[in-house]
Design a protein around this ligand. Structure first.
Ligand code: NI
Length: 173
């Protein structure tokens, strides 16, 4: 396994729609997923999409941190995902992104979604998600569409360096 280089804001691959994966069960795809996992854990992320490691394919991995057992990291894989919004309800929260290090932005997301896609063994996964879980899946799915959270800020001022956000925004709320 290896740790991959992460594409940062300004790299055009982050703005490109990723291609569908056709060889889902291939060793090549399994290897990409293992490397993405190692990269995400190394950089303390909770989600990572393949375009962020310069691979323009519809693969995302993410942690469902609210439902993880203590001291046990479980990484979920979703290949060729489809997302469906199941309620118009939205919520706003701070998001970060490994491609935009040290920054946070306040982003509106749908509270409840349904999603499907394939796991690393090519099995079809169908799930419903809400809250943080739904937020992470929407953030990673956006990467596959070439969209970054900075284009979804609730307002232009709700964006900045994590330290300043912690000091001036989170404490005053
Ligand atoms: Ni991101």
């Amino acid at each position: 396994m290896s740790i991959l280089k992460i594409a940062r804001l300004g790299h055009p691959i982050l703005l490109k729609k990723a291609a569908l994966v056709e060889d889902i069960e291939s060793n090549k795809i399994k290897r990409i997923i293992r490397d993405m996992t190692e990269t995400m854990i190394d950089s303390n992320g909770i989600g990572l999409a393949a375009p962020q490691v310069h691979i323009s394919k519809q693969i995302m991995i993410f942690r469902d941190i609210e439902n993880e057992e203590e001291n046990h990291i479980k990484v979920n894989v979703l290949i060729n995902p489809k997302i469906e919004v199941i309620s118009k309800e939205t919520n706003d929260s701070w998001e970060g992104c490994l491609s935009i290090p040290n920054m946070l932005g306040f982003v509106k997301r749908f509270t409840k979604i349904k999603y499907e896609g394939f796991d690393i063994n090519g099995n079809l996964i169908k799930k419903e998600a809400e809250g943080m879980h739904a937020r992470v899946v929407q953030h990673e799915n956006d990467h596959l569409e070439g969209i970054l959270y900075t284009s979804r800020l609730t307002n232009k001022m709700a964006y900045g360096f994590s330290e300043e956000i912690e000091t001036y925004w989170k404490k005053n709320k």
